[in-house]
Design a protein around this ligand. Structure first.
Ligand SMILES: C[S@@+](CC[C@H](N)C(=O)[O-])C[C@H]1O[C@@H](n2cnc3c(N)ncnc32)[C@H](O)[C@@H]1O
Length: 397
């Protein structure tokens, strides 16, 4: 449980210099010496969103440097993330030459994790990205008198009809219809999804949780003037094509041959190998985010399977006492299940904001060996205010 004394301690540490030389962390580094209270100036957004980490927006990811620090400290042979989200742990593990496995219940998150960690033939990927962009542009703007084309760029999907302007639908659906012709289909799906996200009928100041489509001009609080809803997707498809090429090229320079496996499953039940020696994860926080809902546009456009009833601690269930009980039951089931696949003395490091004091190592067959507190001073979207986060470190008992 977070009390004032701990907050004061962290606040004192916050004034001191945080860790900057990540490569200096090794198995001898003491947990008590880790100062992870980075300010914006010390770990700016551009470093937190380097290479593939910004291939697509995802609300609720941890910063890659956090994963890097614990991977360097514990130097596992195989790291597992049971709530892998958009794949931060897996990307960082790969860079350090560590084999990794991730599981997530959201099919979109699994898709994103796979696309980030994939090894590409860069020439082929670049060619395909440019080729589909051109073909979809031509197709989306062809004469509507052609019946075959008309069928491709029209939809009966109510969500797509409501949340995208007519010409935006054409751009997106034309691109979608062509994906089947290429090798790197998932990579193209991510460019399409990112473009769709930017091209929704939403206000600029509420991209994360829009309540209803914005079809008329509106006063924009972000830009301090009247803004108009977007009425095309092509400009985003173009922009994100170039950005994606840059990012996968950048990652290819540091990508290693270490293996990465990503499972679309409930981590209470997934089958795993028995030699996991580190678990590094950030579970959902109770009642904070609906992980399927945040990418609703992608589910609708790409026809992904919705498993939201299996999400642990979704925002829609709130933070009531009952919600908290259900949440920790779900989390404990995941940890107990994962424990069966961990070697003797293996470590689990869990990034949490446990203000309700729900996490108890003894209840799930572990022993606490440390705890690092972190002052999170800057987040995007809704969570702008400062808060504290803990990294709980437990050993298999
Ligand atoms: C805090 S996010 C993890 C973010 C991740 N650390 C990253 O940087 O991308 C929690 C993740 O848990 C997933 N999740 C929730 N319930 C799950 C379950 N029963 N099985 C597997 N994954 C689940 C959500 O879909 C979400 O992606």
């Amino acid at each position: 449980m977070y009390d004032n004394a701990v907050a004061q301690l962290v606040a004192r540490k916050y004034k001191e210099e945080p860790l900057k030389d990540f490569a200096s962390v090794n198995s001898n580094t003491k947990l008590s010496d880790l100062n992870l209270n980075w300010r914006e100036s010390e770990l700016p957004e551009r470093k937190r969103t380097k290479h593939v980490h910004r291939l697509h927006p995802y609300l609720g990811k941890f910063i890659p440097q956090l994963a890097e620090v614990f991977l360097r400290k514990y130097q596992p042979h195989l790291v597992y993330d049971p709530f892998c989200g958009c794949g931060t742990t897996l990307v960082e593990a790969n860079v350090l030459g560590i084999d990794s496995i991730g599981t997530d219940i959201s099919q979109f998150n699994v898709l994103l994790s796979k696309v980030k960690t994939e090894e590409y033939d860069l020439k082929l990927a670049e060619g395909e990205l440019h080729n589909i962009l051109k073909r979809s542009h031509d197709l989306g703007r062809k004469s509507l008198s052609n019946k075959k084309i008309n069928k491709v760029i029209n939809t009966e999907n109510e969500y797509i009809k409501a949340w995208f302007a007519k010409d935006t639908q054409k751009d997106l659906l034309a691109y979608l219809s062509l994906i089947k012709d290429y090798t790197y289909q998932d990579l193209l799906r991510i460019v399409l999804s990112r473009s769709a996200r930017s091209a929704r009928l939403v206000t600029h100041f509420d991209l994360d949780f829009p309540k209803k489509p914005q079809t008329e001009p509106y006063f924009c609080y972000k830009h301090g003037r009247t803004c108009r809803p977007v009425n095309e997707a092509y400009k985003f498809l173009y922009r994100y094509t170039l950005d994606t090429i840059e990012r996968i090229k950048e990652f290819a320079k540091i990508r290693t041959k270490s293996s990465v496996a990503v499972y679309h499953a409930d981590s209470r039940q997934v089958e795993l190998p028995k030699d996991i020696d580190l678990v590094f994860t950030s579970p959902p926080y109770v009642g904070l985010i609906d992980y399927h809902e945040q990418h609703k546009y992608a589910y609708e456009l790409l026809g992904l399977k919705n498993n939201e009833t299996r999400e642990i601690g979704p925002a829609k269930n709130g933070k009531s006492e009952q919600a908290r009980k259900d949440y920790i039951k779900g989390i404990n089931e995941v940890i107990l299940h994962t424990r069966d696949y961990m070697v003797k003395d293996a470590v689990i490091a869990i990034v949490v904001c446990d203000k309700f004091g729900l996490y108890n190592p003894e209840a799930v067959g572990f022993k606490s060996i440390g705890r690092v507190e972190r002052h999170v001073n800057r987040r995007t979207g809704r969570r702008e205010s400062a808060f504290y986060e803990s990294i709980l470190i437990w050993r298999k008992a």
